[in-house]
Design a binder for this molecule. Structure first.
Ligand SMILES: Cc1cc2nc3c(=O)[nH]c(=O)nc-3n(C[C@H](O)[C@H](O)[C@H](O)COP(=O)(O)OP(=O)(O)OC[C@H]3O[C@@H](n4cnc5c(N)ncnc54)[C@H](O)[C@@H]3O)c2cc1C
Length: 456
């Protein structure tokens, strides 16, 4: 039996990044993946969702083209083709990751992994045969999944986001439970495709981590597109109805209302993939969210075993999974790396797009900071006006005394490509004054951040 330096169970973003880091540092890495390299992100999450969001963006652009003197025939949606383009994008990227792993010399075994001891893994191949794999270090990156929702009544169905990405029809109506990042993007996709969309959110607004001024603009856009938003609301019961498919009983601010929908999409709940991993036998502990408990070096309590990505049930983003993978890979190779969660940029592929890093104004005030705020509307930005996408703004939040950037929140065109500058500035403890004194290309969307920084 050959001993590898590091064996990684799970080949999603966290796992394959860890493997690459190990190889870069001169080690030998093996990934055990039971399904498809790329995990949820590439196969069933970020990439397919964004591919569909791109399709509806093109639909919008086509509609707006007449303002520029270009008239297309009436746009029609071929949903099957849209789905097959999404699948093609996924296949291209999965094959790209496979080639990269191959180029680095990472060994990939298509199998299910289970811990036997801190240095031994049971590998069950797809044909059912089992073998054992020795490892000097083990990284667990098995991700998380949506619980199976089995309810279906008449023509109605309760689905999770992964199932929503595999629909073979545009829903006539869909009720989305959870107004978080995943819920918001599905609102955009289905409402722009003509479905009757409603959303049920427990908090007083969607996207509670995003500054309320930004969310206000997003919710207004949704409402203008006939999306019904139930805030401070909870789904109490779902039963089969007649025409609409499902009848959903919702408690809205203490009052009960009913809504009909062909589909109910549950976006919020995910559970760590820990069943059958042998964690308890080896002594790996769980945290309060029933994810694997780790420290800032991504170590579990068992020497030699690390855990990274969604399986920890914290910061469940590919953006973060990559860094946790790198941190574990480095530590498995004897370095002393620590993860730093301070400036995580987030991006929601809604129309308009939302991005943020750091605190909202409310959070900063609640933390006791003397807060100063700068804002700049995209309506005042040359490039946004050229693009015909003038809705939205950039809001910067800083600490008054030293100019420390506490948060940057934006809504508007391509904000995910703009938020990186703010994240870098926060990471290097830069100030808004420094952003204000930095040349920004003209005309560009990035000038909106510059203008907002100049306004503080
Ligand atoms: C609809 C949707 C949209 C999203 N959009 C974004 C976005 O825009 N941006 C963003 O940053 N994040 C987004 N996310 C979150 C992102 O997908 C996850 O945070 C990311 O995939 C986590 O990576 P991971 O490697 O920890 O786990 P996963 O990607 O879940 O990979 C885990 C892998 O482990 C394998 N595995 C599990 N158990 C075993 C076992 N016992 N043996 C062998 N293999 C095993 C699985 O098959 C899987 O391939 C989205 C998620 C969803 C659901």
């Amino acid at each position: 039996m050959d001993e590898r330096d590091v064996v990684i169970i799970g080949g999603g973003p966290a796992g394959y990044t860890a493997a690459i880091r190990v190889m870069q540092l001169g080690g030998k890495a093996t990934i055990i993946e039971k399904d498809t390299i790329g995990g949820i992100c590439l196969n069933h999450g970020c990439i397919p969702t964004v591919a569909l969001a791109r399709a509806v963006e093109l639909l919008e652009m086509g509609k707006n083209a007449k303002d520029y003197g270009i008239t297309y025939k009436d746009a029609t949606v071929d949903f099957k083709k849209m789905m097959s383009k999404k699948e093609a994008v996924v296949r291209t990227l999965v094959s790209g990751v496979k080639q990269t792993l191959d180029a680095y010399g990472v060994e990939v075994i298509e199998a299910t992994g289970k811990l036997i001891s801190p240095s031994l893994i049971e590998v069950q191949l797809k044909d059912g045969t089992k073998k054992e794999q020795e490892a000097r270090k083990i990284i667990i990156s098995t991700g998380a999944q949506y619980p199976k929702v089995s309810f279906s009544g008449g023509v109605g169905k309760v689905i999770n986001p992964i199932e929503a990405l595999r629909l073979n029809e545009i829903p006539k109506s869909i009720l989305i439970v959870g107004g978080g990042f995943i819920g918001a993007v599905f609102v955009t996709i289905f409402s722009k495709l003509g479905a009757k969309v409603s959303i049920v959110e427990e908090s007083s607004r969607m996207l509670p981590q995003v500054d309320k001024e930004i969310v206000f603009i997003l919710e207004k856009e949704f409402k203008d597109n006939d999306v019904k938003i139930y805030s401070k609301a909870r789904v109490m019961n779902i039963e089969s109805g007649k025409e609409d498919g499902l009848i959903v009983l919702i408690n809205v601010k203490g009052e009960e209302v009913t809504a009909g929908a062909q589909y109910v999409l549950m976006t919020e709940l995910r559970e760590a993939n820990i069943d059958g991993l042998g964690l308890r036998e080896v002594g790996v502990e769980l945290n309060k969210k029933r994810g694997i408990l780790v420290n800032e070096r991504m170590e579990t309590g068992v020497p030699g075993i690390f855990a990274v990505g969604d399986v920890t049930m914290e910061h469940m983003w590919t953006t973060v999974a990559y860094f946790e993978g790198m941190t574990a890979g480095e530590n498995a190779m004897g370095q002393n790396s620590k993860i730093d969660y301070r400036a995580i940029p987030l991006w929601i592929h809604s129309i308009p797009q939302v991005s943020c890093v750091g605190m909202t104004e409310e959070m900063a005030v609640a933390e006791g900071y003397q807060v100063k705020v700068g804002r700049f509307p995209f309506a005042g930005n040359g490039m946004a006006t050229v693009l015909g996408q003038r809705i939205g703004m950039v809001k910067v939040i800083m600490e008054e005394r030293y100019g420390e950037i506490l948060g940057v929140h934006m809504i508007g065109p391509r904000t995910g490509d703009l938020i990186g500058e703010a994240a870098l500035a926060m990471k290097v403890e830069g100030t808004l004054g420094e952003i204000a004194k930095t040349f920004h290309v003209h005309p560009s969307l990035s000038e909106a951040l510059w203008e907002a920084a100049r306004g503080t």
